[in-house]
Design a protein around this ligand. Structure first.
Ligand SMILES: NC(=O)c1ccc[n+]([C@@H]2O[C@H](COP(=O)([O-])OP(=O)(O)OC[C@H]3O[C@@H](n4cnc5c(N)ncnc54)[C@H](OP(=O)(O)O)[C@@H]3O)[C@@H](O)[C@H]2O)c1
Length: 203
């Protein structure tokens, strides 16, 4: 915690500017991809997503991901909360959606959605094959955590928005687990801390 007299920056050389991520590429990657609150939530309580409005994203972001996504892998809870498979990227993307569930028998038949009751490794194999060389987007914290354990996540791709939720579904909920060290892909310094400065808006 800096004191009132602490210098604004630490060290003799200015910290390099953290660059934005480059545009996403369609390279057959397994992406764990989310818009995330500053405190690490990707959904509010009860799968609430109304907090995601009112933010600006870099121009062309939706088109970028619509063009590079070949298939989507999610979990049953997310599907049950938002069963519209055509709603990925607001309808800008259409393609095969795979949903992991232990009880596919009671899943409502949904065009474009395949319900899988298999090992996550097999689900990734199926999803990547369907993606046809583009990326497989994992839109589930639960499934992503399982894939991370098996070292099947190629990239964690986050759009961090200035809001605090305080409750809901975390990107990575792993009580009792050990820290998972990551390599930052923005810029040259792969261990750089990301500095964020915000003010409450009062709303
Ligand atoms: N912020 C964003 O950008 C963003 C993007 C996409 C989604 N989301 C949100 O993410 C949330 C997803 O929540 P979540 O991760 O808690 O739930 P989830 O992954 O959608 O669903 C979890 C369920 O999936 C099934 N499942 C998971 N792993 C399985 C496996 N290995 N085999 C078989 N079935 C398996 C299980 O269901 P059963 O036991 O019932 O079969 C499990 O209870 C949603 O609220 C969604 O809106 C946010």
């Amino acid at each position: 915690m800096p004191t009132a007299k602490a210098p604004q920056s630490v060290g003799t050389t200015p910290a390099p500017q953290l660059t934005d991520t480059g545009p996403q590429t369609a390279a057959g990657k397994v992406l764990w991809h989310f818009t995330m609150s500053l405190d690490g939530f990707v959904a509010g309580p009860g799968h609430a997503m109304d907090w995601m409005t009112g933010f600006s994203f870099r121009p062309g972001l939706v088109e970028e991901y619509a063009a590079t996504t070949g298939a989507v892998l999610g979990g049953r809870d997310g599907f049950d909360a938002f069963p519209d498979a055509g709603g990925v990227y607001g309808g800008a993307w259409q393609g095969p959606v795979f949903v992991l569930t232990h009880h596919p028998d009671d899943a409502p038949p949904t065009p474009g959605v395949t319900f899988l009751d298999c090992d996550v490794t097999e689900a990734v194999r199926i999803g990547l094959a369907a993606a046809g060389g583009k990326n497989l987007e994992v839109l589930s914290p639960t499934v992503g955590r399982q894939l991370l354990e098996r070292e099947l996540i190629d990239e964690i791709d986050l759009h961090i928005v200035p809001v605090l939720l305080g409750d809901g579904i975390r990107l990575f909920d792993n009580p009792g687990g050990t820290p998972v060290r990551l390599r930052l892909l923005n810029g040259e310094d792969h261990t750089a801390a990301v500095n964020v400065r915000c003010r409450p808006t009062g709303t």
